[in-house]
Design a protein around this ligand. Sequence first.
Ligand SMILES: Cc1ncc(COP(=O)(O)O)c(C=O)c1O
Length: 377
Amino acid sequence: MVDQPNPIQFSFIRREIQQLVAYSADAEVPDITCDKLDANESAYDLPSHLKEKLTWQYQNLIETNRYPDGTYRDLKSAIAQYVNESSNVSFNAQNISVGNGSDELIRSLLIATCVGTNGSILVADPTFSMYKILAQTLGITTISIPREETHFTIKCGQADQAIAQSSASGNPVKVVFVVHPNSPTGNLLSDKELDWLKQLPEDLLVVIDEAYFEFSQNTLVEELVKHPNWIIVRTFSKAFRLAAHRVGYCVAHPQLIQALEKIRLPYNLPSFSQAAALVALENRQQLLATVEETKQERERLYQAFASDARLTVWPSSANFLYLRCNQSHNEAQLVADLKQQGTLLRYTANGIRLTIGSPQQNEHTQQRLTAYLNQGE
Ligand SMILES: Cc1ncc(COP(=O)(O)O)c(C=O)c1O
C-alpha cells in the first residue's frame, strides 16, 4: 500500500506522535566513498581477522532458528570486567544491563521513571537530541535549560529553579540527563557541575551518558557507590567500532538494573550482536589502539582551526570537534557545501560537529573547510 496524496489521519494514533517527524540520522543513504564525519562513528571497520572470527561463529555456533541468550550472562560479565579496569570499585553482572544501542536503555529509563506519572526530564542544551525525542514519543515533558555560552557548562542555578518550578507545577523533574563529555560540544562535566549533581536529592535519577568514555578516559563509575540514584550509560557504537551491531550498556545499582530488566523486550539483543560485542571486548587492546590516533588528529585539527580567525573551536574530550564560524560565514551553508564535495558533517545548535576520521579524511575536511572560508574573501 502506497502513501495517498491525501493521507488518512488515523485518530487512534496519539496526537503528539502524529505531529512528530520520524528521526532520521541521514536524510539519504550516503555514498560509501563519502567522508562520513557526521555521526561520531569510528573511522575504522573491524579488522578482517575479527570479521572472519565472527563469520566462523555465525556458521558454527549461532542457530538462526533459536532465540538469543536472553540472560546475556557472558556479555554482562565481560562488560563488568571491562568497567572494572577503570575503577577501584568492583562491579559484576548484576550491575549491568544491555540494550539495543544505548538509545534503547535511555527509552527504558524514561519508561521506568516517567510514563504513567506526571514526571518530566531535565536536559541542558545543546546536548544529545535523543533524550528529548524519546521523551516526546512517550508523552513526557522535557525541560531544557541553557549552558554557558563560553564553555558550555550547565547553568546550575537555572537548573535548580527549573526543578523547583516543575515540582510546584505538578510535573516534577524525575530524571536529569548529562553527557560526559557532552555531545555536540565535547566538554567534560566540570567540578562545579559535579558538585551540583552530587547535591541533587536522591529521589531524582541522574543519567550520566559516557558514550565517549574511551576517548576521554574519564568516568564517574566509582561515584555509583555513593550515589545509588546515578546510572552510567555507555555504548559499543563509538570507540569499539560496532555501530552496525547496536550494543549499549549501563552500570548501576542492582535494583535499578532490575527495573530495566523488567522493561526491556525479552530478546532485545540479537545473537550476532552479542557475539560481536564479546569479540570486541576480547580484542579490546587491538580495537582501542586507534583511540590514540583519533586523539592526536583531534589535537592537530583543533590547533589548525583555533589558529584560523574565521573560526571558533572548542576543546574536546571526545572523537569530534565543535566549531562555529565568526562573522559572515554561515555554518548551515558550509555543511551543505561540503556535503556536495563528499564530506558529511553535522549542523547542530548553530554550529558544526565534525567527527574525527582517518588522517586522510581529516586532511580532506581541513582543505575543503578552508577553501569554503576562502571563498568570497
Ligand atoms: C551522547 C550519546 N549517547 C548515546 C548515543 C547513542 O548510542 P547508541 O548507538 O549506543 O544508541 C550517542 C550517539 O551518537 C551519543 O552521542
